[in-house]
Structure formats: C-alpha cells, structure tokens
Design a binder for this molecule. Structure first.
Ligand code: PEP
Ligand code: MN
Length: 350
C-alpha cells in the first residue's frame, strides 16, 4: 500500500480530533464547535450524523440536516470536519457538504461487502478516509479495509484504534489490545494511527490514562468525544467530556519524542544488552525444543499420549512459582509457557 500523510497541512502534532458522538441540534453543534475552537491544539471537529445502534428504536442520528450544521460550524470556526459514513449515499452527502475526513465505523469494517461498496463510492475522489479497527480483534480485516480504499486510489488514509469488543466488560468498554495497532504500525510505518480513547474507555475517568498510553506508543493523534453538555448527550453520554475538560486533559498529557538521534547513548547501550539477552533466550528455547523432540520420540516409540495432563499442570504451577520469586507476573509466565507447550505439542505431533 502507498500512503500520503492526510495531516501534512496540520502543524499541531499529535492531531487532535474532538466533537460530539452525535450531532443532535444546530445549537449543540455550533456551541460545541465554538468552544473547541478556543483551543488551537484541536484542528478537526467530529460528529456522528448516522448512528449505528445495537438495538432498533434508539436515537439513530439526525441524518442529512446535521451536515448543514457541520458545514456552518466549519465556515465559522475553520475546523476541518470528520463524519462516519456507512453507505455510498452517506459518502455522497458528506462530500457535498464539505466534509474533509470520512471515517468507517467499527461495525462497518467487519463487513467486507460494505467496505467494498463504500470504496467504490470514493473511487476517483480526492478525500481522506479514517478506518476504525473492526469490532473483532482481527488485524487482517482492519488491513483488508485499508487495502480496499488504497486500491481505488485513496492514499490519504489513517487508522483509528478504538479497542475491541468483549462479551463481558471489565475495565474497558472495548479492550485496547495495544499489540494490534503496534503490529499494524510495524507493517505500515507510514500509516498514521489515531487513538480513540472515548470508545476504549466507555467512561470519563480512564480517558487521560489511555490518551497518555497512546502518546507513549507514538500514536499520531487522538479522537475524543466532546459535548457541550455531556450529561444530556443522546448517545455515549458516560464517555463524553466538555471542551474545557478536554483542554485540561491535553494540558496534562506528556508528549514524548519519537526520534533518537544520539549514537551510543544510554538507550542504545541498554538496547545492545537487550539484543544479547534475546539471543540467549532464543538459544535456550532451541535447546528446550530439542529435549522436547527427544521426549516426543520416546512417547511415539512407547505408545504414550503426547499430552500428559498432570505433567502439564506441574509445569505451569512450578514455573509460576519461580516467576513469582523473580517478581515476574504469573499471568505473563503462564501465557509464555502455554505458547511454548503448544509449540512442543505441535512438534511432537509431526
Ligand atoms: C463513534 O465514533 O461515535 C462510533 C460509533 O465509533 P465506533 O465505530 O468506533 O463504535
Ligand atoms: Mn460514540
């Protein structure tokens, strides 16, 4: 895929996108946009016009009329506009109303038919698409949607990380699974990734922590739901904050440098040490796998099952005990050994 930076003209870095979950009335849109405009770090105004609701009968967005309110907000404030589109018809209306960025929602990205249809609607158009991660933690699906846009000539692309659905909510409304956007960045270093802490958190209290984490991971921007009066918002009211609270959050954030220019600096020394340790870990794993292959051979010759429940329990428990003594998290070591065990079983089954 080839990318162009959709934010080349925005000098504020990271890019901050703010605005209500849903456009509700002309007053709410204009008042929120005017408040947001007071903070020059915020350059893009977002609002949902068509809302994908889990159950029918809830507020489903104001539709087309909301676009005229957004257009007016843009004329007054100069903020760029971002809107969710889920159908070719949405694309047509948004583009006719000067919307700068079209975003594809998490529920749409799971459906390649819909993504294909939308991509055909933007073919040949000079616009920018933000692709949210799909509801399910499937990197291939996320990349697939980006590819569909790329292949119709959309090079101005950004990914939006909004967390992944889980059946039982714990701390988060949508679990962040940071390793997935990191893997996306590893595959496509030129692709900007925006974090959406509002939909990850599902509440106001976690917004700062998630935003800081996104900055620590060198993400390129934040999309945060902002409403003039969050308590009465028609959608996602638990997670929306006022423009003023958003400015305070931005004041508190610590922006980190991503560039490391100095040679042989402290960081480089530590990295050299890590490189060596990693090599040792791999050597040990290779030795362990060799032993496991020998055991596999013995089991085969003596018609013993590959999987031995009691031995496996003993391995898991004893490794967790050792880990604890070394102040390593038990969960981390359990995950690691489950992976090693899975590979041993695969090799013994060959
Ligand atoms: C939204 O941004 O308001 C929204 C519906 O997001 P998502 O598609 O991430 O759920
Ligand atoms: Mn929302």
């Amino acid at each position: 895929m080839t990318f162009e930076n959709p934010f080349y003209h925005i000098k504020e870095n990271p890019v901050i996108i703010a605005g209500p979950c849903s456009a509700e009335s002309k007053e709410q849109v204009l008042q929120t946009a005017l408040e947001i405009k007071k903070d020059s770090r915020i350059t893009v105004f977002r609002a949902g016009i068509w809302k994908p609701r889990t159950r029918p009968g809830n507020f489903e967005g104001v539709g087309k009329i909301g676009l005229s309110w957004l257009k007016e907000a843009k004329q007054i404030t100069g903020l760029k506009l971002a809107v969710e589109v889920a159908k070719p018809h949405h694309v047509e209306l948004a583009l006719a109303n000067d919307v700068d960025y079209l975003w594809i929602g998490a529920r749409t990205v799971v459906n390649p038919f819909s993504v294909q249809e939308i991509s055909e609607a933007v073919k040949g158009v000079k616009t920018t698409i933000f692709v949210k991660n799909p509801m399910t933690p499937d990197l291939g699906l996320w990349i697939g949607a980006l590819e569909r846009f790329n292949s119709v000539g959309i090079h101005n692309l950004a990914a939006v990380h909004r967390g992944f659905y889980q059946y039982k909510h714990d701390r988060y409304r949508n679990v962040p699974m940071w390793e997935i956007p990191i893997e996306l960045k590893r595959n496509y270093p030129q692709l900007p990734i925006i974090c959406d802490p509002s939909h990850i958190a599902g509440n106001r209290t976690l917004l700062l922590e998630i935003s800081q984490k996104a900055m620590d991971l060198a993400m390129n921007g934040l999309m945060i739901e902002t409403h003039i009066n969050p308590d009465v918002a028609l959608t996602d009211h638990f997670q929306q904050i006022t423009p003023n609270t958003l400015s305070q959050l931005l004041d508190t954030l610590v922006y980190k440098r991503t560039d490391i220019q100095e040679k042989n600096n402290f960081l480089q020394l530590l990295r050299n040490e890590i490189d060596e340790l990693d090599e040792q870990i791999i050597e040990l794993l290779a030795k362990r796998m060799l032993k496991s292959n020998q055991i596999g051979q013995y089991k085969k010759e003596n018609q013993i099952t590959i999987f031995q429940l009691n031995r496996w329990k003993e391995v898991l428990n004893s490794r967790a005990d050792i880990a604890e003594k070394k102040k390593l998290s038990k969960e981390f070591i359990a995950t690691l050994f489950k992976l090693i065990h899975k590979e041993s079983i695969r090799k013994q089954s060959e």
